[in-house]
Design a protein around this ligand. Structure first.
Ligand SMILES: [Mg+2]
Length: 290
């Protein structure tokens, strides 16, 4: 094993631990709220963990730092995944995180710019990618080195505005724009290929002028490789069609449409949290004088 490969393996293990913790946060938040979208919040967890803990340049103490990178969660119903990442990154405490969906809470059911670390108010599907295009154009005009990232849903690709944004991003040669399609194969009304056929999805984005890769959205090596190559794209926006699984990470949630728009029962919550328990604590050292 080379030193680089060993360092990479350590990095992937660290990200996997972040992802595990994020999934626990998502379950605790939505079960405490008694509502929300745990299934579609689980599918992009590895992508968000990679962004927040290996890619984005941010300052949790100064969420509005002008030179920060931007992230737009266009599929806003996955807000718990975003909040889990922001909490892990230090933008707000656990007590705040558990106020999800309460009246007056900083953490509403869909992202809002009043929440520290949230750059775009989203949830009406189709709008977030246009906001990201505007941000990418704006930072370019200011000669800023900030980069702009967005995550859109596969069902969200039914929205006409997604394709208007796709045209504009290529037209303006936004090499600083990086987008993931969370291709979990389902949307509210059923399988995406039955509701509105997307295939061949990667070819469609290529035809619109984007640099496109198809990756496994739960594989850190593939996600980080895509992000690295996107950094070398001077004048073409980059997009990953990321194959994912709804509910990925908990056995009875994985691949199920059941948890698209409801929180878990108390019994399901316990089962999920047990599955998401961390590695056993190492026994405390004794006899070392401490
Ligand atoms: Mg979907």
């Amino acid at each position: 094993v080379t030193r680089a490969a060993s360092a990479a393996a350590t990095g992937y293990a660290t990200l996997a631990e972040r992802a595990r913790r994020m999934r626990r946060h998502i379950i605790r938040m939505t079960s405490h709220a008694g509502s929300g979208h745990p299934g579609p919040s689980f599918s992009p967890v590895e992508i968000l963990a990679s962004l927040y803990f290996a890619e984005l340049s941010l300052d949790p103490q100064h969420p509005d730092w002008p030179e920060r990178d931007r992230f737009v969660l266009s599929k806003g119903h996955a807000a718990p995944a975003l909040y889990a990442a922001l909490h892990e990154a230090g933008f707000f405490c656990e007590e705040t995180m558990l106020t999800l969906r309460q009246v007056g809470s900083l953490l509403q059911g869909h992202p809002h710019v009043k929440t520290p670390g949230v750059d775009a108010t989203t949830g009406s599907l189709g709008l977030g990618l246009s906001q990201a295009v505007g941000m990418a154009l704006g930072v370019t005009m200011r000669h800023s080195r900030s980069r702009v990232y967005a995550l859109i849903g596969d069902g969200e690709c039914d929205e006409g505005q997604i394709w208007e944004a796709a045209l504009a991003a290529a037209h303006f040669r936004l090499g600083n724009l990086v987008v993931f399609v969370d291709h979990n194969g389902y949307q509210f009304d059923g399988p995406v290929e039955e509701v509105m056929r997307l295939a061949p999805l990667a070819d469609k984005w290529r035809a619109f002028g984007w640099r496109v890769e198809e990756i496994d959205g739960h594989d850190f090596e593939q996600i980080l490789g895509f992000l690295e190559r996107a950094r070398h794209s001077a004048d073409q926006p980059s997009l990953a069609v990321a194959s994912t699984v709804k509910g990925y990470g908990v056995s009875f949630m994985a691949g199920s449409q059941e948890y698209h728009a409801r929180s878990l029962t108390s019994e399901e919550t316990q089962r999920a949290l047990i599955e998401l328990e961390g590695p056993a604590q190492a026994p405390a050292k004794t006899g070392d004088g401490g």
